[in-house]
Design a protein around this ligand. Structure first.
Ligand code: IPM
Ligand code: MG
Length: 323
C-alpha cells in the first residue's frame, strides 16, 4: 500500500501531547501515513490570523488533515478552528452520531448525521458596538452557501443509503435569514424526491432528539444550530469518545477531535480511525476499531473519565496489545 501524506495539527487543547503515541499506535496497526506535523499556536502579531499560513498551505497541498482541539484564540482573534474552515472552504461539517460498542450511553442504536453549514451564520464574526452598551451581531445567510450545503446533504443522504432528511431552522422568528435557508432547502429537496424531507424548528428538534432520537437520519442545520445540535446528539451516545467531526470542502477534508481530553485518548483516536477509512486503508481501520471495542468490552484499562483507572499511555498499551 502506498504511503499517504497527511497534515497533523495537534493543536494546543487538552490531550495534544497524545498525538505521538497515537501515531505510533496507528503505525502498529498497519497504517501507511507520513504525518506532516504542524504547530498551531496563535501568532504573536495580534493582527495576524491565529493559524500560521504554513499550516493552511500544508492542508491544501495534502488535501487531508487530522486536527486536535485548539484553545480559543487570544484577545479578539478568531478561533483557529474557524479560521481553518474559512481559509480552506470547509463548508460542510459532518458529525456522524452513532453508538460505539461497549461505550455506556443514554440510547443504543442511534445512527444519525448532523450536517452543518460551516462558513456563515453568526460565525461570520460580524459584531460591532453601535452605541456604548449596544452590540449587534450579524447573522449572514446566503442563497449560494445554503444551496451548496443542501446539495451536499442530499448527495450524502443518497450515497449513504439514508432516506430521511430534516431541515432545522427558526424561520418562525428569523423570517428572512432562516426563511431563506428553509426556502432553499425546500427547493433543493424537489430535486431529490427519493429522500423524504421534513422541516423542524430548532427548539423542537432538540426536544425530539432527546425524546426519540431514532426518528432522525440526517439533520441539516445552519452553523450555530449545527454546533449546538451536534453536541446535544453526541451526549445521546456517550459523549466525546463516540463522536468526531469531518469538515469537508471541495478540495480538502479535515478530521477533527471535537473536544479533547488529557485523560482519554479515544476522542483523538476516533477521528484518526475514520481518516484511515477515507485514505482507503480499511485493514488498519478495522484492526483499530476492533481494538477499541475490545478495550471497552474488557473494561480493565479504561481511562478515568470512563470510570477506569488507566493513564492515557496505559490505554495506548492496552489498545496495542488488543491489535
Ligand atoms: C465545534 C466547536 C467549534 C465551533 C469551536 C471550537 C470554535 O465547538 O467544532 O463544534 O464552535 O464550531
Ligand atoms: Mg461545538
Amino acid at each position: 500500500m502506498t504511503m499517504r501524506r497527511v497534515t497533523l495539527i495537534p493543536g494546543d487543547g487538552p490531550g495534544n501531547e497524545l498525538f505521538a503515541p497515537l501515531t505510533a499506535l496507528l503505525e502498529a496497526a498497519g497504517a501507511r501515513v507520513e504525518w506532516q506535523w504542524m504547530r498551531s499556536e496563535a501568532s504573536e502579531d495580534a493582527l495576524a490570523s491565529a493559524l500560521p499560513a504554513a499550516c493552511i498551505q500544508s492542508v491544501r497541498t495534502n488535501g487531508v488533515a487530522l486536527k486536535g482541539p485548539m484553545l480559543p484564540a487570544k484577545g479578539r482573534l478568531e478561533s483557529p478552528t474557524i479560521t481553518l474552515r474559512k481559509a480552506l472552504g470547509l463548508y460542510a461539517g459532518v458529525r456522524h452520531v452513532r453508538n460505539l460498542a461497549g461505550l455506556p450511553a443514554r440510547y443504543q442504536d442511534v445512527d444519525l448525521v448532523v450536517i452543518r453549514e460551516n462558513t456563515e451564520d453568526v460565525y461570520a464574526g460580524l459584531e460591532h458596538e453601535v452605541h456604548p452598551g449596544v452590540v449587534e451581531s450579524i447573522k449572514v445567510v446566503t442563497r449560494v452557501a445554503s444551496e451548496r450545503i443542501f446539495r451536499f446533504a442530499y448527495r450524502y443522504a443518497r450515497s449513504h443509503g439514508r432516506q430521511k432528511l430534516a431541515i432545522v431552522h427558526k424561520a418562525n422568528i428569523m423570517k428572512r435569514a432562516d426563511g431563506l435557508f428553509l426556502d432553499v432547502g425546500r427547493e433543493v429537496a424537489a430535486d431529490y424526491p427519493d429522500v423524504e424531507t421534513r422541516d423542524v424548528i430548532v427548539d423542537n428538534a432538540c426536544m425530539q432528539l432527546v425524546q426519540r432520537p431514532h426518528q432522525f437520519q440526517v439533520l441539516v442545520c445552519g452553523n450555530l444550530y449545527g454546533d449546538i445540535l451536534s453536541d446535544l446528539a453526541a451526549g445521546l451516545v456517550g459523549g466525546v469518545s463516540a463522536v468526531w467531526g469531518m469538515d469537508q470542502g471541495d478540495d480538502c477534508v479535515v478530521f477533527e477531535a471535537i473536544h479533547g481530553s488529557a485523560e482519554n485518548p479515544l476522542p483523538l483516536l476516533m477521528p484518526a480511525i475514520a481518516l484511515l477509512g477515507h485514505l482507503g486503508q480499511g485493514g488498519a481501520q478495522a484492526r483499530l476499531s476492533a481494538a477499541v471495542e475490545r478495550l471497552l468490552a474488557d473494561g480493565q484499562s479504561l481511562p478515568r473519565d470512563l470510570g477506569g483507572h488507566a493513564t492515557p499511555l496505559e490505554v495506548f498499551a492496552a489498545l496495542r496489545a488488543a491489535l
